[in-house]
Ligand binder design. Sequence first.
Ligand code: HEM
Length: 553
Amino acid sequence: MKIETTMGSFLKEEGKEEEFLVDDVDEVCERSPPTMATIMLVMTNLFVMFLFCFFKVAYDTISCYFLTPRRIKKIMEKQGVRGPKPRPFTGNIQDVASLVSQSTSKDMDRITHDTVNRLLPHYVAWSKQYGKRFIFWNGIEPRLCIAETELIKELLTKYSTKAGKSWLQREGTKHFIGRGLLMANGSDWYHQRHIAAPAFMGERLKGYAGLMVDCTKNMLQSLQNAVESGQTEVEVGEYMTRVTADIISRTEFDSSYEKGKQIFHLLTELQSLCHQATRHLCLPGSRFFPSNYNRQIKSKKMEVERLLLEIIQSRKDCVEIGRSSSYGNDLLGILLNEMEKKRSDGFNINLQLIMDECKTFFFAGHETTALLLTWTVMLLATNPSWQEKVRAEVNEVCNGESPSIDHLPKFNLLNMVINESLRLYPPATLLPRMAFEDIKLGDLDIPKGLQIWIPVLAIHHSEELWGKDANEFNPDRFASKPFAPGRHFIPFAAGPRNCIGQSFAMMEAKIILAMLISRFSFNISDSYRHAPVVVLTIKPKYGVQVYLKPLNS
Ligand code: HEM
């Protein structure tokens, strides 16, 4: 066997190849036994390399845990930005936890929408003391909280690639959404956004309306069955969760819908397992321990990816053997088609990325929409006059038919109600960003590595921005007054990195609510306990129970 050493190939150019071409590996060993000096040299090199690595890791750790946070603190203090005193290592985590557990320990006395004191008590306390911009500490990580709408607009519109998702956020979600769009950063995000965007626009978006109507019909039938079996009270959240899961499974995987549903269940389990991640990530390297928790995560993740691969492979096979000319018109098909186009532009997208995007759409698009629907039903159930007005509008527009794409722009009152629901109960209560380089935000110099938190819920409830009735349900505020999207109404974030599924979600919400309201009337049940809580998103702690009355009886 002939082998050519690297040095040999280098020296080929010098015309000395014969000296370094050897016939056999064994021969090499026989010809030049390593001397003591060579061994010492290798050992010394290894030792130097070890020392280098050791000091590098030590320096990076010290820099990450102490030097960088201190540097950031100093820079911000110089600009007059202060905040509560952090404890060593845990920062203000305990303060936040104890304030929130105190404020949410009881249900609210009555159904009011004044939820900021309850859900963001730390924000209320610290903004009173330190103003609209302050710093608090999540362990060793400094977080700048800003509620100034001009600065927020600038951050969201100008810095979509220079600010993004932090390492900690990405770690916490990597098992269930990986590096999909929601957690991508910089130029990866930019490319992924361009691949996914066509799936949520124009004719493609309109094409999902029929599926949404079909899924809603099934949901209404199960509500009807519940009523006919003597049940007068239902927990709306369950039904909304089911119908939105159904819709996303169908729009994403169309014919492979049954597998889609399986994937959905596994992902929900994975997500709840990963919620415990903060506890498990505490010890460095703990994710590598062969614990029961880690094993469970690994096996569920593998099962999800196995199912996804099966679906993707069967699509690819159909195209390769010529049975189909495209990968399909569902979300997955559109992603695969776009991937092909991008491949010819030289951007390399692998299967893992496609799988991560599929998981991301499930995660980002399902619970948020279910919560929007659940809170809107609660608001309509407690405001019968608005319920009547919306029903009259739907009946007039649809005239007994199922809603179609042409009907949707005519649902003005319904649109106002949905916006008011998103304002009072924005599913994403906070928007986090991390600065990847030094940036200038208004008069503030933001150093690389600083996390910026936008308290969406507090901005949506600000009397200064919305007037004295900021905590009241008043959809009329969306009738004429410009509400400056991107500034103080940001349920879907704003700028280039806003929610890619915004139009999808609004279309879905309008179809489901229009069909529900024309089929049933509903009042809030005596058993409903008003107790919003934040667990990533803003949720009704005990669900939303309503009395349901079919309208055709
Ligand atoms: C009422 C429903 C929804 C709400 C309130 C909502 C809200 C948001 C918000 C606030 C963001 C920005 C998050 C951040 O940058 O930290 C976001 C991003 C995103 N949303 Fe939605 N969303 C909804 C529905 C959907 C749907 C139906 C889909 C897809 C089917 C979807 C897919 C995404 C994706 C992929 C991103 C990441 C976009 C990017 O980073 O470029 N969302 N959403």
